[in-house]
Design a protein around this ligand. Structure first.
Ligand code: CUA
Length: 356
């Protein structure tokens, strides 16, 4: 009995779909998903993987099939048949990828929105007064001459109110960018689902990137460390900047990444959900020791986090008091931090590179 080609096509189609769906969920390419945001990113990645596997199998399958089926047989000296093109086929293979690309872009934007990437409230609102509303010409003039509030400077000032952060950041040496569309405004906040209302307020951690270390300060307690500890289930808001060149805060297990830029404040938010030790990796080529600019992120229970914070407080109070008593205020960051490298979990050599 000869099986009709339409049945073959149907069977192959079902097989390809099942194989793509299975591989899209079982590719094993991503590390542990350790934050709430990671689930959304993985959903998008897995969907794209499913579509890609399907297309790969179709294209390679047809290619390999044709290589065998239409190979030149012994003694065959004929030309191939003249093929003039096929309009319905061309329409089909233009329309299908277009639909796929539009679908992925809509889905991506949804995910970007869900993790708080597009927050219309974060867009700077230019001050507008009654007189400028009445005269269109004056409105333009007002926009050109009025200096809008510098949100970047505000964020910087806010962070510098924490003495521990101020000691680490040399903000007075790097002028803050003024607010302007795309330049100097606070970088779009990544992370954070809007439905976090009613839950405990975010844990704020100020992060400073410098060649070649990450320094973390906790404004709630004034603790300074070289390792990021965060409790599970509570949203973490990272306020970051850099002291010298551009660095990037990247924890693959959280699936979020943000640049730390000198003179500019950027934010990233995530909610850790899986206990474990992960690597925080600098993801921006920042100098010869860029590859060594990594540290640990410890996600732990609230209880262990509180215990760790308590230990840091005891340790820092003992050594910080000594350091402050002995040294005048005009210390360089490495001088200031040198006595604390041990509890910060970084090597003293790294500090010596701060101002080179
Ligand atoms: Cu800092 Cu690469």
């Amino acid at each position: 009995m000869k099986i009709p080609s339409s049945i073959w096509t149907l069977l192959i189609g079902i097989g390809l779909t099942l194989a793509s769906l299975w591989y899209g969920q079982n590719h094993g390419l991503l590390p542990t998903a350790a934050s709430d945001e990671a689930i959304l990113i993985d959903g998008l990645f897995n969907s794209m993987m499913t579509v890609s596997v399907g297309i790969f199998l179709i294209v390679e399958g047809v290619l390999i099939y044709s290589v065998f089926k239409y190979r030149r047989r012994a003694g065959d000296q004929e030309d191939g048949p003249p093929v003039e093109g096929n309009v319905p086929l061309e329409i089909l293979w233009t329309a299908i990828p277009a639909i796929i690309v539009i679908g992925i872009s809509v889905y991506s934007f949804e995910v970007y929105n869900d993790i708080g990437g597009f927050d219309p409230h974060a867009v700077h609102e230019a001050p507008m007064n009654q007189s400028s509303m009445n005269m269109p010409g004056a409105a333009i003039a007002a926009t050109l001459t009025e200096t809008p509030a510098n949100r970047n400077q505000e964020k910087s000032d806010e962070a510098m109110q924490d003495p521990a952060t101020a000691a680490v950041r040399n903000a007075d040496q790097i002028p803050q960018k003024v607010d302007a569309p795309g330049v100097g405004s606070v970088a779009p906040t990544l992370g954070a689902s809007p439905d976090k209302a009613g839950q405990p307020a975010s844990l704020i951690v100020n992060v400073t990137g410098m060649q070649y270390a990450w320094i973390f300060t906790y404004p709630e307690t004034g603790v300074t460390t070289g390792e990021l500890h965060v409790p599970i289930g509570r949203e973490v808001q990272i306020n970051m900047t850099a002291n010298d060149v551009i660095h990037a805060f990247w924890v693959p297990e959280f699936r979020v990444k943000q640049d730390a830029i000198p003179g500019r404040q950027s934010e990233i938010r995530f909610t850790p959900k899986t206990v474990g030790d992960y690597a925080l990796i600098c993801a921006e080529l920042c100098g010869p020791y860029h590859g060594a600019m990594r540290t640990q992120v410890v996600v732990e229970s609230q209880e262990n986090f509180d215990k760790w914070m308590q230990e840091q407080l005891v340790a820092s109070h003992e050594t910080l008091n000594q350091a402050i008593a002995v040294n005048p205020a005009n210390m360089t960051p490495d001088e200031f931090l040198a006595p604390h490298t041990k509890e910060m979990g970084i090597k003293p050599e790294i500090l010596h590179q701060i101002h080179h």
